[in-house]
Design a protein around this ligand. Sequence first.
Ligand SMILES: Nc1ncnc2c1ncn2[C@@H]1O[C@H](COP(=O)(O)OP(=O)(O)OP(=O)(O)O)[C@@H](O)[C@H]1O
Length: 615
Amino acid sequence: MTIFVHLVFPDDVIVRNVPEQSRYHGEPLLLLFIDDVTMRRKTLPWRYLILTIHLFIKDPSGILELGETLGQGSFGQVYKGHHLKTLEEVAVKVIYIQNQDHKERISNEIKILEKVSRHSNIVSFFGAFQPPDSIERPVWIAMEFCGGGTVAELLDLLPGRSLPKTWISYICREALKGLTYLHKKRIIHRNVKPLNIALTEDAEVRLIDFSIAKKLKRRKTCKELQGTPHFAAPEVWTGGPYDFKCDIWSLGITALEMVKRAIPRSYLPPKTIGIANVRNDPPELIISYKWTTEFYSFVKDCLTKNQTGRPKAKHLLKNHPFVNNIQNEAEVREEIRAFFLRNNEAESKNGFSKPREEPRDTEKKRTSSQILKPAEEKQSLPMAENMDVEIASLVAVLESKEENEFIIEEKLDTEDASLLTSEIKNISKMNKNKDEKLAVEAARSDTEEASLQPSEGEIISNNSEDLHAKQDVCTVHVQELAPEIEQDALIAHELTPENNRNASINKNDYELPQVGSTTEEEFFMADEFSPQEKLKPEDTNKEEEEEEFFMADEFSPQEKLKPEDTYKEKEEENNEDTKEDEQGTPTNTIRILGVTASLVFGLYLLFAVVIGCKN
Ligand SMILES: Nc1ncnc2c1ncn2[C@@H]1O[C@H](COP(=O)(O)OP(=O)(O)OP(=O)(O)O)[C@@H](O)[C@H]1O
């Protein structure tokens, strides 16, 4: 651990271009730099530094003030806040630790954020406060505030339409940059989805939420069932081994959601989606439009079922035309920025932006009803008095863009349908039984049991083997029943896209299909990595060197050493060591003899001179 102590006077920390009221005023500060995490971005202003230092050494409640809720996580809430002294806006995740496992998960999140957050496509981390009695008091994680909200929120702001193609390719490309960096550092995000891709007010894209991210050791893979059901890759469902490529699958689903405005196969309940994704063809979009060729191939590549054939983030970034050749990036960013600006103005005019929970609730209802009754929803748009004219006009402009005028259909194949039907039957039976239970109580238990028996042609088990065996008797006419199924499923599960977005995989809830699973050994066999991609021992050494390089960078960007330099330096040091080793004791002995001889000779001369003078 490196500790520097600096005495900083207020004038030192005033940054140019910062409004007067945001400037730091006050007494000199004794700053304590501990493992200088603030140096992660070269452009990082001093005020961030002060904020970070504060967070590291004090209880944040007197340093940061929390405001509106930005979002709800599984174990805590994310608030918009500001640093009391600098007025810097921040996002603060406040989490109450539930148990030891949870504590480790949070520590893992902080550790990973610390390590990767200086990349421009990953949310900046300012610091965390972990009280010693963390069961009683919450952990605070302070991050950069992403004022544009998440991609999920962006979709909700554009009712009835997909995002423009240029926006999608820009967002995908930026997310891929973040993923490439993470993967290079051997970290899997494991929860890529629209809710975890955020935008700053300046339309910069940031990956957020590293709560289930995992750092893989060299040549190690993952087996844990982790993620959001509808976004999890087939290899995650089969219990692995899986690696970084599961993030690419999730990005493919995210890209589809950006076009469809609904999660692919969202009609399938989380319990069933795993089976569907493992057994069926990957979800796809049946659309016919000119720009879709590139998009279609991008999604197809991301959603390659076999992880072996699925491209890595860096390869997509480099080679795929959907993301590697964005011509008018400045324009795209300007469009998004302008959209945020108009939206903020509209929000402040209508006064419905704060607190945020309420509109999000409305959005939730709106989104689910959109799926249930698209026709009615269309009539009720645009959101009556709440919808600002300006947003409405922008939406109109976007809608009128030719490239957005395509028809979207969801393909519901027979197997999906059979899974869904069986699931719905299960649920409705369970619901029926529950009602009966309430009404007639225990005396009716026999009847209930009887009603659970399958009638002819019905499938009641969601066990994958059973389903497979019995799917022939399923008499669902896919196209006819699809909307009905969807509606039933939504009602039965209260399954809204919002729920699917927020859901997380709980291992105990699922029967895992073991179809197509690979052994760890097989995973590393030739197929997994194409010959050029195979991890050579030198590569892994290089990766470790790079990691050392990044660590060094975290301490001081000015003293940045290139990996080759580090390597050279190490080599030189080694060479010197070896030389000494080779020469060993004889060299030292000769040196000592030489010094002794010179001393004796010197003394002799001195003696001779003194004697000479006397005589
Ligand atoms: N830096 C940020 N800026 C703005 N909003 C944010 C930021 N971080 C999080 N949010 C909002 O808070 C929500 C929840 O955050 P996050 O996903 O990090 O919490 P979580 O507890 O890890 O959630 P999960 O249940 O997915 O594990 C996000 O979806 C987003 O709406």
